[in-house]
Design a protein around this ligand. Sequence first.
Ligand code: NAD
Length: 286
Amino acid sequence: MTGQTWKSPAVIGTGTMGRGIMDMLITAGYQVKAFDNCKKNRISAREWLEERWWKLAEKGKKTLFEVESMQERLMLVDSLQGLSDCDFIIEAVPEDLLLKRNIFHQLDSLTSAETVLATNTSSLSVTSISSKCKHPERVIGLHFFNPVWRLPLVEVVESAHTPLELVQQAMSWLQTMGKEPIHVLDTPGFIVNRVARPFHLEAYRIVGEGLADKNQVDRILRSAGFPMGPFELQDLIGIDINYSASHSVYEGFHYDPRFRPHPEQRALVESGKLGRKSGKGHYIYE
Ligand SMILES: NC(=O)c1ccc[n+]([C@@H]2O[C@H](COP(=O)([O-])OP(=O)(O)OC[C@H]3O[C@@H](n4cnc5c(N)ncnc54)[C@H](O)[C@@H]3O)[C@@H](O)[C@H]2O)c1
C-alpha cells in the first residue's frame, strides 16, 4: 500500500455521488480520472461541476485561475481500462451487488495489486463486493454522504479482508480533504443507513395509515430539528438508490420485518419517479 501518498485517484460512476467525490478530490488539488458507461452522464457531470465552480467564482470563493485549473484536472475516460494507472479508485455506480462485484472483478485484473479499490456503497457488504477479487485486501468501503461538499462524514468500512492499516491510512487521507471519517464494520447499512431505515420506512406507513400526508410529515420533522423530512430527503438521495438500500438492509438482516421495504418505493421506481434527478418523485421539480 502506498499510504497517504496516493496521487492519482479515479471515480467510477459520475451520477449524484460520483460528482460530489470528484469535486472533493479536484478541490483538494488532485488530477482525477472519471469513467461512466453512459456518455451523456459523463458529459453532464463535467457541465454540472464546471457550473458549480463558476458559481463559486462569481461569489468570490474561487479565482478565475483556480477554476480553469480545476477544469484541467478533470479527465473523463471512456472505458474502465482508462483507469488502469490510477492508485486509488472510488466506485459510485448504482446500489446493485452484481454490478459492483463485476466492476471490482474487472478492476482487480486491470490495475496493479497496490491500487486501492473503494466502494461508496450505502448498505451492501464490502466483503461480498470484493468476493471475486484475487486481492480483496486492497478493497475498502468509503461511504460518503450527499451532498459531499456539505456533509463531512465518511463511513470507512473494514471488510473481512481489509487490513487495519489501510483503514487508518484512508481515514488520514480523508482528513486532509476536510472529511470526518469514522471506522465501521461491514454490517448491513453500517451505522447511518441502519438508523435511517425506520426514518424512511415509518414515514410511508404513517402516510398509509392516514395519520398525515407527505408534506405534513416533512414539515413536522423539519420543525422538530431534522434538516430535511423523509420524503424530501428521498427525493434528494434518489428513490431508486434509497429503495435499493432498504432492500439490501432488509436482506442483510435475513428479512427482519423491522426493515421491510414499502411497496410504494418499488412502485415509484418502476414508474420512473426517482426524485430530483428525474424531475419527479414524492414532489415535482422544475
Ligand atoms: N444518492 C445518495 O444520496 C447516496 C449517498 C451515499 C451513497 N450512495 C451510494 O453511491 C452509489 C451511487 O449512487 P448515486 O446516487 O450516485 O447513483 P446515480 O444513479 O446518481 O449514479 C450512478 C452512475 O453510475 C453510472 N453507471 C451505471 N452502471 C455503470 C457501469 N457499469 N460503469 C460505470 N458507470 C456506471 C450511471 O450511468 C450513473 O451515472 C450507490 O452505491 C449508492 O448507494 C448514494
